[in-house]
Write a protein that binds this ligand. Sequence first.
Ligand SMILES: Nc1ncnc2c1ncn2[C@@H]1O[C@H](COP(=O)(O)OP(=O)(O)OP(=O)(O)O)[C@@H](O)[C@H]1O
Length: 227
Amino acid sequence: MIRIENVSKSFTLHNQGGAVIPVMEGASFTVAPGECVALTGDSGAGKSTLMRMIHGNYLAASGRIIVGDTDVARAEPREILTLRRDTLGYVSQFLRVVPRVPTRDVVAEPLLAVGTDRATAHARAEELLTRLNIPQTLWSLSPTTFSGGEQQRVNIARGFAHDFPAMLLDEPTASLDATNRETVLRLIEEAKARGTAIIGIFHDADARARVADREIDVSAFTPARAA
Ligand SMILES: Nc1ncnc2c1ncn2[C@@H]1O[C@H](COP(=O)(O)OP(=O)(O)OP(=O)(O)O)[C@@H](O)[C@H]1O
């Protein structure tokens, strides 16, 4: 479902004399449907950079990033938007809130975007909000004023609303209490059981051990530093 082939990346620091910093070289691995791969490696190894390249935020310098039938490394912006709507979900660490949109609609929006009827989309949104312990009194309010933890749970509900064939998870259990952490781990297990291919960063070692089938240490793709 996801195939990374010989991907490399460097950053050009335009504000520092155009210095070019190679950060990744020869990254290659695949993720099958129903499989969860955890990215590991020390801070600065390139985990987030790799996730951003797969999501199409950062452009790979070379190589192929195949998600479904799209090569993200070569896709037009329009194709990336279609990929993100239909195929590739992304649960970031923080909710990007559009002001004045009620929580129920924030969560239902990815379903409405793929043509799900309103009643079904809202029912699924309400089921997820209930499972993630967001009180019903908050569903018709915008999450702008919610606590950090509430916003994080709304973000997770939104991320899992549509059954994406592929998902990227960036620290999905970070700073959740035990009950909500358990719910998120179950959502991940349910997505895997439906055949979703998942790539995640999990600093929570117990969560990683439970949901990840394999670990990929991205330091293996860090270019040798010049002495
Ligand atoms: N936009 C950028 N411009 C320049 N350098 C960058 C940029 N983004 C990342 N880097 C560099 O790329 C390398 C990899 O960073 P990245 O954030 O991917 O690491 P990470 O493994 O996710 O680390 P952490 O676990 O601390 O989040 C680092 O050396 C970082 O300084």
